[in-house]
Design a protein around this ligand. Structure first.
Ligand code: PLP
Length: 387
């Protein structure tokens, strides 16, 4: 079979591959603790499920507008305006099946051959994949443990060239749980205006924050006209399988991203959008309860990992991941991840699944019960001691 050359440049998300390996072990009767996959283990809150069911029964089963249902776009604009402190209207919003398509569309719409896109490394693997796929140049900004996995602004400055078209930031971050401080965001914003590049701000974990408040780069001077906020419902409302997210962007970009929707998905499922409307406008107690529970689990996993010889772990400020340093084990990230899966029955991801700068680390998702986290910690401790 002859495929288009660009297919050779398309990356992937290893989490799904590790999940498949873990499932294969389970099929052989082995028991595996799943700390590899990045989704809340909670059910979607009841009021949202009820709204989805009511929508299905009420006939919300037809095509809708490509950019999303007007009432949902309006609710998203209100929510983003209130939480980011920038005035957006429904016309700034494009609803998509998950937040992920926003990465795809924005990189496709903005970056072409010869353009440079700066992206965090370690970072969500789809950024690098899509930049390469579009034929643009992927320029990693390393996130280092000694800087709490935040940008070194000096290093960032040195990466900017006249070809820098787009910068991707993600805070709170996957895979490290790091949060960009207000001062760093301000400086990135200043550089964006000065060098005339756009920012794709992946704020999908914006609600899952344990200290301080969420700051959006969109709120800095000159930024509403050059920022695309990516957000969605998967993480905040435990709605990963519903497939719904959105981009909030300058008006001039909206028709182009909508046209990409028309060309690919036509529209996001109408009943899913009705459920999302309930998520935003209904009670928020469950969303807050989940964050409180994640915080409790974060402390269990961080303390537990730090008690294991050969492993150290920072205490992340957001998202539901930890990124422990495993250099003390003397093994590579890949070796340790495989070893823990096959010898200890704990599924984790190698730090290198998030880029070359993830070597020396593992990513563990703590979207699992405290009981399972404790079981995994015991198994990891015993397995590492046998090395
Ligand atoms: N951005 C980041 C950093 C993520 O970790 C994820 C999911 O894992 C997404 C975006 C996309 O989420 P979804 O497409 O489910 O909205």
């Amino acid at each position: 079979m002859k495929l288009a050359t660009r297919m050779g440049r398309l990356g992937t998300e290893t989490a799904f591959e590790v999940l498949a390996k873990a499932r294969a072990l389970e099929a052989q009767g082995k028991e595996v603790v799943h700390l590899e996959i990045g989704e809340p283990d909670f059910d979607t809150p009841r009021n949202i499920v009820d709204a989805g069911v009511a929508a299905l029964q009420g006939g919300w089963t037809h095509y809708g507008p490509s950019a999303g249902l007007p009432e949902l776009r309006a609710a998203i604009a209100k929510h983003i305006s209130e939480t980011r402190g920038v005035n957006y209207t429904a016309d700034n919003v494009v609803v998509t099946p998950g937040g992920k398509p926003i990465m795809f569309y924005v990189i496709m719409a903005m970056a072409e051959e010869g353009d440079e896109v700066i992206y965090p490394n370690p970072g969500f693997p789809i950024y690098e994949s899509m930049i390469n796929f579009m034929g643009a140049k992927a320029v990693p900004i390393p996130l280092r443990e000694e800087r709490d996995f935040c940008f070194s602004i000096d290093e960032f400055r040195s990466l900017i060239t006249p070809r820098t078209r787009l910068v991707i930031i993600n805070s709170p971050q996957n895979p490290t749980g790091s949060v960009l401080c207000k001062e760093d965001l301000q400086e990135i914003a200043r550089l964006a205006v000065k060098h005339d590049f756009w920012v794709l701000a992946d704020e999908i974990y914006g609600h899952i924050l344990y200290e301080g408040e969420h700051h959006s780069i969109s709120a800095f001077p000159g930024m509403p006209e050059r920022t695309i906020i990516l957000d969605g419902f998967s993480k905040t409302y435990a709605m990963t399988g519903w497939r719904i997210g959105y981009g909030v962007m300058p008006l001039e970009l909206v028709p182009h991203i909508s046209r990409l929707m028309t060309n690919s998905n036509s529209c996001t499922a109408s009943f899913t959008q009705r459920a999302a409307l309930e998520a935003l406008t209904g009670p928020q107690d469950d969303a807050y309860r989940m964050v409180a529970e994640f915080k409790r689990r974060r402390d269990v996993i961080v303390d537990g990992l730090n008690a294991i010889k050969g492993i150290t772990c920072l205490r992340p400020k957001g998202a539901f991941y930890v990124f422990p340093n495993i250099k003390g084990t003397g093994k590579t990230s890949r070796e340790i991840a495989d070893y823990l899966l096959y010898e200890a029955g704990v599924a984790t991801l190698s730090g290198t699944a998030f880029g070359a700068y993830g070597e020396g680390y593992l990513r563990l998702s703590y979207a699992n019960s405290v009981e399972n986290i404790q079981k995994a910690l015991k198994r990891i401790e015993a397995a590492v001691a046998r090395l």
